[in-house]
Design a protein. Structure first.
Length: 138
């Protein structure tokens, strides 16, 4: 079922969200000081491309630098990417098949706005207590 949802997601919004994340990642990497934001953006692009079967959890080792980075990120990229998620969710919610996709889009907004200090893990690891070594950080 996850594969089918991911495939539908990819065709009806995921590809455009992926392109948006890649666009902001390239801009962030062009400015040397914001390379960590660019790397985070590329990781979020992978999550935006194929989200079902994965979830985002808070990294317990995140510190003050994550909070500051989230503030800067929110001002320069988070708001614009969140608007993209809201627009895509509104378009997907028009059909019954698109409603689960719209819900997933809305669930991605918090990590879009504040990506630092979060970890993307497979969904089955969340219920079993995820192993941080197997996850990748955003």
């Amino acid at each position: 079922m996850r594969f089918i949802l991911n495939l539908i997601w990819l065709l009806f919004g995921g590809l455009w969200l992926f392109i948006g994340y890649i666009f902001f990642g390239i801009i962030a990497c062009a400015l040397i000081i914001t390379i960590p934001a660019g790397v985070a953006c590329f990781r979020m692009a992978g999550y935006a491309l194929w989200p079902f079967g994965r979830t985002v959890v808070v990294n317990p080792n995140a510190g003050t630098a994550s909070a500051f980075s989230n503030l800067v990120w929110f001002i320069f990229a988070g708001v614009w990417l969140a608007i993209g998620h809201i627009t895509t969710a509104a378009a997907q919610a028009v059909t019954i098949i698109g409603i689960p996709l719209a819900v997933a889009n809305v669930k991605m907004i918090p990590v879009t706005c504040f990506p630092f200090g979060k970890v993307v893990v497979p969904s089955n690891q969340v219920s079993a207590g995820y192993n941080q070594g197997e996850a990748f950080q955003i």
